[in-house]
Design a protein around this ligand. Structure first.
Ligand code: ACO
Length: 367
């Protein structure tokens, strides 16, 4: 049975920064309150011309560069997102086309902020079963488009960004060691974005009622998050045959510093073992775990052979944890240059559109 190794990683964050001071000019809040209650100082907001797929493509190509893998080698692309580009087509298909992953299957996965853990586990299990060899998993968000900028209890929390992993099959032991995924739909009402789906399609009434914005019972989500972060970590570690003492890094979903602090206390682990960057990006939902992983690697914290736990929670309610041995960079035999496939992919995409147009034109004439 092949092992599923994390061989590539990449991130993309928009340049525009929204600080707590900026927010204090928009709603009745202040820097001290936001920092005390959440640990957040600033977050990134996508430019008007940046979409969930734009950030996903950038993060995905960086991950392919790190893995030195051509997009044409990919068998599967999963985009986990709480702010997908459309209901359909899947954001993953837009990514597949734009990066030139000609033979990859692609789909979106919705498990809110736990989505990246779910998606990485799905890709790892597909590799372990032998059905695929190479997968690209992306968490990408433009949640700022769904934030009510007049609601001080939610608008301070979220930010935009994307992070990605490449997973590859190898006979070498290591990579993803275990994972747990959980859900409890009885808590669904505590964190919602109801508008635009089949139950509440966009109408003047749904717009007036603010159904197209994120609605949250912050206290309920807080209580749930502090309960499940530690327990999921322990459960996944037990499945991998590991103890908390064996762990080099915990990379948690970055929603609130106090939630991470509570999990550290529950696990009796020093906070230094937790990778934390919520202060600079806020809650980027599915993107927060891979962004934190990329930064930990780039800062020299996360090294080859390290045992790492990724753990998260989100709307649904969902939660999960995944234990991996960090593979790290693999020496390249030849350079794959995945970024060079983009131009070719664009040309191929135009050519296919032109052929479809001509086919339609000719079939109409035949009728
Ligand atoms: N600035 C100033 N005051 C505020 C603000 C603000 N931005 N927001 C709320 N307040 C006020 C409230 O009105 C309330 O005032 P009152 O006592 O006069 O009524 C007071 O501050 C306390 O409000 P609480 O909501 O009780 O504050 P709390 O300590 O619970 O913190 C927070 C709120 C930060 C939202 C916290 O509950 C939290 O982080 N919850 C978890 C949220 C989360 O992680 N969500 C993402 C899940 S992942 C996903 O799937 C997207």
């Amino acid at each position: 049975m092949p092992y599923a190794h994390i061989t590539g990683w990449g991130m993309s964050i928009p340049e525009p920064v929204l600080t707590n001071e900026d927010l204090a000019k928009m709603v009745d809040t202040n820097d001290e309150w936001i920092r005390d209650r959440t640990g957040i100082r600033e977050r990134r907001i996508a430019r008007e011309d940046q979409f969930t797929s734009t950030l996903a493509v950038e993060a995905g190509i960086k991950a392919l560069q790190a893995a030195n893998l051509a997009p044409t080698e990919l068998d599967l692309i999963i985009v986990a997102s709480s702010s997908p580009e459309y209901i359909f087509p899947a954001t993953a298909c837009i990514v597949q086309d734009q990066i030139g992953a000609a033979k990859a299957g692609a789909f979106d996965l919705l498990a809110a902020c736990s989505g990246f853990i779910y998606a990485t586990n799905m890709a790892a299990q597909s590799i372990r079963s032998g059905s695929i060899k190479n997968a690209l998993v992306i968490g990408s968000e433009t949640l700022s488009r769904f934030v009510n900028w007049k609601d001080r209890s939610t608008c301070i929390l979220f930010g935009d960004g994307a992070g990605a992993f490449v997973l590859q099959a190898s006979e070498r032991p290591g990579g993803v060691l275990s994972a747990v995924m959980h859900s409890d739909g009885s808590g669904a009402e505590s964190l919602t974005l109801l508008g635009g789906g089949a139950r509440y399609p966009a109408t003047e009434t749904t717009l007036a009622e603010g159904k197209h914005y994120i609605q949250m019972d912050g206290k309920a989500v807080f209580r749930f998050a502090t309960r499940v972060m530690g327990s999921a970590t322990k459960e996944a570690l037990a499945l991998a045959g590991l103890k908390t003492e064996d762990v080099d890094w915990i990379i948690p979903h970055q929603a609130n510093f106090r939630i991470i602090e509570t999990a550290a206390k529950y696990l009796k682990m020093p906070l230094e073992k937790f990778v934390i960057n919520v202060d600079r990006y806020g809650n980027t939902s599915t993107a927060s775990i891979p962004i934190a992983a990329v930064e930990a690697f780039e800062k020299g914290k996360l090294k080859s052979g390290d045992k790492v736990v990724f753990v998260g929670f989100g709307a649904g309610l969902t939660w999960g944890a995944l234990v991996a041995e960090w593979t790290g960079p693999i020496p390249a035999k030849k350079q794959a240059h995945p970024e060079q496939y983009r131009l070719f992919a664009r040309l191929r995409s135009w050519a296919r559109r032109a052929i479809r147009f001509l086919e339609g034109f000719l079939s109409r004439r035949e009728l």
